[in-house]
Ligand binder design. Sequence first.
Ligand SMILES: Cc1cc2nc3c(=O)[nH]c(=O)nc-3n(C[C@H](O)[C@H](O)[C@H](O)COP(=O)(O)OP(=O)(O)OC[C@H]3O[C@@H](n4cnc5c(N)ncnc54)[C@H](O)[C@@H]3O)c2cc1C
Length: 471
Amino acid sequence: MALSPANPAFVEKLSACLPADTIRPVEAKYLQEMRGKWHGKAGCIALPRTTADVSTILSNASEACVPVVPYGGGTGLVGGQVYPQGPDPIVLSLERMNAITSVDPIENVIVAEAGAILDNLHAAAEAENRLFPLSIASSGSAQIGGNLATNAGGVNVLRYGNTRDLCLGLEAVLPDGRIWNGLSRLRKDNTGYDLKNLLIGSEGSLGVITKASLKLFARPSNFGTAMLVVKGPAAALDLLALVREKAGEAVSAFELIHANGLHFLAETMPQITLPFNNPPEWSALIDLGLSADQNAQSLIEAIFNDAHEAGLVSDGVVASSEAQRQALWTVRESIPNANRAVGSIASHDVSLPLRSLPDFIDVSIKALAAIGDMRINCFGHLGDGNLHFNVFPLVGKNRDTYSDLRDAITKCVHDLVHNFEGSVSAEHGIGRAKTSDLARYKDPVALALMTDIKKTFDPKGIMNPGVIFPV
Ligand SMILES: Cc1cc2nc3c(=O)[nH]c(=O)nc-3n(C[C@H](O)[C@H](O)[C@H](O)COP(=O)(O)OP(=O)(O)OC[C@H]3O[C@@H](n4cnc5c(N)ncnc54)[C@H](O)[C@@H]3O)c2cc1C
């Protein structure tokens, strides 16, 4: 169906249906995205205060066939929060719907509006001595609605799962304005299709998430953290197996780090203290979280000794205070910013079956060397099989020098991921960045079912056009 712009006449009519100051003129900050690849357009910015306001906005948009782009914290990395092509949309920001409505330490459930910032959920859970474990470096700006819409992952997936695994229920507004109340707090509810799992990861293409009920966990109070030097990805996998054997469920994170990440930090963020004088080619950051009566420090030290004896690690640093633990995490969390400062030619957020990871890394590095001379920073959430496989210019060269090679590099990496039975989007989603990859690699039956689901939820195609499916 042909879409219409949010033109002045439509904006005036919409404003009249809503409380004062809900509809505002366009501001530049809603038209930008983190990677600077797309620049959005908009006819107006909608700042609803209630679910009923969201419903009014969507029913008006649906009637007039005006596109709607949900906007959370704007930290998405695949361009889903901006709409560069097509008629001017309504950008619907959830920022005013940011209340945390309940934190229940008996049920271990937190309920919040979609615009609640992730850091505020962490703080609210902590106030009740509970943990909301979703941990991503954008948590000061990203909203829980955006986390759900992208099914965000992060560093604690190994232990607690991704956002999908943390969600018990949702409230959402469908494109025609109907409010779906699925804000269940139940852990068992076998009453047919699980609609919340269609909205989670839908990147604003099926409706607007307005509220969520989410799982809380006991708060580990005792941490064992170490950065250990490994020979390579295969040794890192053996180390992961050993760590799991010794520490079981206490393993909160297991991150693979390549020397280039540490070199980039030294180059662009010299204020950050690096754990090693000479960056090792490969290292692993391990975090164990135990309850107060267990000794995580001695457990991580014992693991270091065992791994050393088994020939899996050659060196390492064990944090002996919370400050040292934070310093190790600052190194890991700052690598994406250092990458941005260096400027990648192409970046790939991929996942692989664990056993295939070492071969994938080896084969990909060789395949890229045949395309050109480049630096690779391969790092990520190894425990989940999630790699950020990013490709950079040689020292002294600029990313623009390689622009002719960019598509070939990405096709090479993604073809290999597919051949190794992995996924070309592990945690960032499809957005606008990977629509052609989805068409290329997704199972055709799955793709046909996804197309039918989109049509069922959004027959007029007003929700975030161009996201997941190309316009
Ligand atoms: C420094 C940095 C580190 C990051 N680390 C990680 C990481 O470790 N793991 C990870 O998974 N991601 C990571 N990200 C990516 C990003 O933070 C996540 O995708 C996050 O979940 C996006 O949330 P947001 O509120 O910013 O959403 P936005 O960027 O505003 O939107 C993202 C998508 O969700 C849709 N959307 C937003 N809110 C709603 C809603 N209420 N209802 C329906 N649709 C909605 C938008 O239309 C868009 O398609 C990182 C980003 C940065 C900048």
